[in-house]
Design a binder for this molecule. Structure first.
Ligand code: AMP
Length: 148
């Protein structure tokens, strides 16, 4: 059972565990789907954030979303990759985390998402928090508690 001491862990700020924006692969709303597919494939990530030219978070794009958006009635219309822009296909309804949120607030959302985008009060993109990082930190914290 997680002891009362672990409350200390839940009170961490998410900025302590976040991957900062400069290390996050992303695309811009105006990029075409071919570019987005290239970034997704090269990075090996399933989904990445979409930003506007001011670095504000606009949504997420993933390989399944891209494939779905070029799916014709009888074939995959690969030629559309070059013609369609990311903003026409991206998912705009995403869960967001405020930079000042606590780990406890993030855990509830991470149940349903492998990662969450973090933004500041003005909506500028700050980075991402992954389920892997939070579980890794929790694991380290629990091991430390068990040694005491
Ligand atoms: P991971 O926990 O490392 O497997 O990451 C889970 C998901 O978070 C990945 O599939 C990506 O969608 C996203 N992700 C993790 N790290 C990055 C990064 N540096 N840039 C963009 N997306 C990332």
């Amino acid at each position: 059972m997680i002891s009362l001491h672990s409350e200390e862990f839940l009170e961490f700020n998410i900025s302590d565990f976040m991957i900062p924006s400069e290390r996050v692969a992303h695309v811009q709303v105006g990029n075409n789907l071919e570019h987005a597919l290239l970034v997704l494939t090269k990075s090996g990530y399933t989904a990445i954030p979409v930003l506007d030219p001011h670095y504000k978070l606009q949504g997420l794009i993933s390989t399944p979303i891209i494939m779905d958006s070029i799916l014709g009635l009888e074939r995959i219309e690969f030629e559309m990759l070059e013609k369609k822009r990311v903003e026409e296909a991206m998912n705009r309804t995403i869960s967001r985390l405020d930079i000042d949120a606590s780990i406890q607030q993030s855990i509830a959302l991470l149940v349903d998402h492998p990662f969450l985008c973090v933004e500041n009060k003005e909506g500028f993109f700050e980075g991402i928090l992954t389920r892997r990082t939070v579980l890794d930190q929790l694991n380290k914290h629990l091991r430390k508690l068990n040694k005491k």
